[in-house]
Write a protein that binds this ligand. Structure first.
Ligand SMILES: [Zn+2]
Length: 187
């Protein structure tokens, strides 16, 4: 018999207003999502990328700008089902890849500055720490500001604490302390 039975089970409270099938297939290149689920998800996200907040277009069909994103990568054991799934733009998806999403904060800022591909993320971070670039690494990801039911905001579920992640987290914390100190000087 062709096609294995797909486990469609998940907590339906993550997708209010949608109780159809989420998956239509699981192929070699990953999960395939049903048009109905994608319609629901794009509408729920107000047509915006979950990371950078850029407009994705009013339809996912024939749309090269939009991609289904596993918040915690499949390679790291992330699920194919809500609440580990959201739409992102292809830039955020490819720049995050299998890495921790904290790295995207740098990638998004680099995109805003127009220096993606011009210097590396590490070079950008060094320039930031020297005060040459003023990256706003403390700004939140779009989904963190939204109350999307299909994206769980529990940090623990996203974080893989690899060495790179630790460095970035330490940098973010340091940056936060510096900014806090500066704002206290002003006041
Ligand atoms: Zn994006």
């Amino acid at each position: 018999m062709k096609g294995k039975l797909i486990d469609q089970s998940y907590d339906k409270s993550f997708t209010p207003g949608f109780d159809g099938k989420v998956l239509s297939a699981i192929g070699d290149s990953g999960a395939v999502y049903t048009p109905a689920f994608k319609d629901w998800m794009l509408r729920t996200q107000d047509y915006r990328c979950g990371y950078c907040g850029d407009f994705l277009g009013s339809d996912w069909r024939n749309n090269k700008h939009v991609s289904v994103e596993h918040i915690k990568n499949r390679r790291l054991g992330g699920s194919d089902m809500p609440p580990n799934i959201m739409f992102s733009c292809v830039y955020c998806n490819s720049q995050k890849n299998y890495k921790h999403y904290l790295r995207l904060k740098i990638a998004i800022q680099m995109r805003r500055f127009g220096i993606t591909g011009v210097i590396s993320q590490m070079q950008a971070l060094k320039l930031m720490l020297k005060g040459v670039l003023t990256f706003d690494l403390l700004s939140s990801f779009h989904f963190e500001d939204m109350n999307w039911p299909h994206v769980q905001k529990n940090e623990e579920s996203y974080y893989d604490e690899g060495e790179e992640t630790k460095i970035i987290r330490e940098m973010l914390e340091k940056e936060a302390r510096t900014l806090r100190a500066k704002s206290q000087e002003v006041n």
